[in-house]
Ligand binder design. Structure first.
Ligand code: IPE
Ligand code: IPE
Ligand code: MG
Ligand code: MG
Ligand code: MG
Length: 333
């Protein structure tokens, strides 16, 4: 197989640059502005651009003309941002990327409708990929992924009112709500670059395990992140009674009185947010669950590396991807 060699890690900057240029060229200027302004607002708040980067990188692993993957990269980023718009409504989140969330700024009805149009725009851009048999494959992957994300989001909400969620159920939930998109982005990019189904599937497997690790770190940052850097409301998951790794591990390790205390906190409506966040964080610290969560995160990162090792990519490319994935586990945002 003929793989293109990445000269140095500056290539990641190159993907970002090319993607941001494509995004700027495709600003939504249509009427009514009340529908499209929130779309441009969220897309221009930035973010890490992780998923489009994976599409472009996936394509570039197999073809040096990776620019043909740009419409798919954009589709994936629009889809991701659509999920964030609706997720912020569901999670009653006030902040996103350091700025007011779309529904906080423009109202909930606008948040719903602008999110809807983004989902359709994502398909519109994916539809630009040629030839038709490749497009059809991409649509199959994308549709499966998008349905799974909805399923994951529903489990996430179901778990808010349950106190018997297992760690296995949690992992499955975050696999659905977060990691399948990361996995599909990488797989789609690889297919656009001309990868075989088998190679593209190994990249999916890398993304699936990496995505689980990524969401565990997101949960950690939601409780222990630096409010100056995180860009989202620290403690939001605690207020919403989210069943994160930290909560579930605490239930496992707690003594009877700690468990009763935590259950009471996580089931009754929040009276005083600050007190609740501080109390729950205190229980996490007593039980040292941060340590367990980080261990689990690195276990999934390790699994993602195993999937990568079974691809025929060069050692250099594997190492570059591993370094990139490892850096994301140390992120603050
Ligand atoms: C946020 O994703 C939602 C999760 C799945 C954790 P990111 O952390 O990739 O968000 P941005 O796009 O960089 O803001
Ligand atoms: C997000 O999970 C998953 C999706 C948006 C599908 P979170 O609710 O943890 O994401 P953040 O923390 O709001 O970014
Ligand atoms: Mg959220
Ligand atoms: Mg959520
Ligand atoms: Mg989160």
């Amino acid at each position: 197989m003929n793989f293109v060699t990445i000269k140095n890690s500056q290539i990641l900057e190159k993907y970002h640059h090319i993607f941001n240029h494509y995004l700027a060229q495709n600003t939504f200027n249509e009427a009514p502005s009340e529908l499209y302004e929130p779309v441009n607002y969220i897309l221009n708040l930035g973010g890490k651009r992780l998923r489009p980067l994976l599409v472009l990188m996936g394509a570039n692993l197999f073809d040096d003309k990776f620019e043909k993957a740009l419409p798919a990269a954009f589709a994936v980023e629009i889809f991701h941002n659509f999920t964030l718009l609706h997720d912020d409504i569901m999670d009653e989140a006030p902040l996103r990327r350091g700025k007011p969330t779309v529904h906080a700024r423009f109202g909930t009805n606008t948040g719903i409708l602008s999110g809807d149009v983004m989902l359709i725009q994502a398909y519109h851009f994916l539809n630009k990929i040629e030839p038709n048999d490749l497009k059809s494959k991409l649509f199959t992957i994308f549709n499966k992924m998008a349905i799974e994300v909805c399923e994951g989001q529903q489990y996430d909400m179901n778990f808010e009112s349950r106190n018997d969620v297992t760690l296995d159920e949690y992992i499955r939930m975050i696999e659905l709500k977060t990691s399948v998109l990361i996995a599909a982005a990488f797989q789609m990019g690889a297919l656009i670059g001309g990868a075989s189904d088998e190679d593209s599937f190994q990249l999916y497997e890398f993304g699936r395990n990496f995505g689980i690790a990524f969401q565990i770190q997101d949960d950690i940052l939601d409780t222990f992140g630096d409010p100056e850097k995180f860009g989202k409301k620290v403690g939001g998951d605690i207020v919403q009674n989210k069943k994160t790794y930290l909560v579930l591990k605490s239930y496992e390790l707690a003594n009877a009185s700690q468990r009763a205390n935590l259950q009471q906190l996580m089931t009754t409506p929040t009276q005083d947010e600050i007190v609740k966040i501080e109390t729950v964080r205190g229980v996490f610290q007593e039980l040292d669950v941060l340590n367990y969560a980080q261990t689990a995160m690195y276990e999934f990162l390790e699994k993602s590396f195993k999937a990568l090792d079974s691809t025929p990519l060069s050692i250099e490319r594997k190492n570059e991807l591993k370094e990139w994935a490892n850096d994301l586990m140390l992120r603050q945002i």
